[in-house]
Design a protein around this ligand. Structure first.
Ligand code: FE2
Length: 195
């Protein structure tokens, strides 16, 4: 009963606001921003720990695959948007990850590289599915930076991994959509940054 009453009063409070906004939209339809086409992408992508294995000055490339590299190929198609769902061109994405055996190359740049989004805020990364190493679930590391903005350091995760729930760093907001196609995995992810 109490809840119902509270809801009723909340509605009463909201009504004048609603009519105000509809009046504004009737009067000045051209000055209102367009409705964002991507309701589920209005929250900034969460940051996560960098971990101990980042190396600066990685080479620019969109494929991290080397000849004879072991593991399942994963092709990640993604976008970088701002919190108004506008695509960000020229955003930097700097990737690093473990190889199929769960090892990082801490001397060179194997499975490390950076790239930039195109005019529409899109990028494609070709790499291998990272292996597991003690204490962690499967993940990709990345730094994302819109031009002139702060760097977002975070990680992306694979769905359906047994270790996801046990990994204290894991965040479901950072799960990629992944599907199998032939012998490859096709993944998608949209980053949202303050810009
Ligand atoms: Fe890692």
């Amino acid at each position: 009963m109490e809840t119902t009453r509270r809801r009723f009063f909340a509605l009463l409070t909201a009504l004048p606001l609603l009519s105000f906004f509809s009046a504004v939209s009737r009067r000045s339809p051209k000055t209102l921003p367009p409705t964002p086409p991507c309701d589920d992408h209005d929250q900034p992508t969460p940051s996560l720990t960098e971990g101990p294995f980042f190396t600066p000055h990685s080479p620019e490339r969109s494929t991290l695959l080397d000849r004879d590299m072991a593991g399942t190929v994963v092709v990640l198609n993604g976008r970088v948007l701002n919190t108004n769902c506008q695509p960000i061109a020229g955003a930097l994405l700097d990737w690093w990850q473990a190889d199929d055996a769960g090892e990082y190359d801490n001397r060179g740049f194997r499975l490390r590289g950076h790239q930039y989004t195109d005019k529409r805020g899109n990028f494609q990364l070709e790499t291998v599915v990272p292996g597991l190493y003690p204490g962690r679930t499967r993940h990709l590391h990345v730094k994302v930076q819109a031009p002139g903005q702060r760097v977002l350091t975070t990680q992306l995760f694979f769905p359906g991994e047994l270790r996801n729930e046990r990994d204290r760093i894991f965040n479901p907001a950072l799960l990629m959509d992944v599907r199998r196609k032939g012998d490859k995995e096709l993944a998608t992810y949209t980053f949202v940054v303050n810009a």
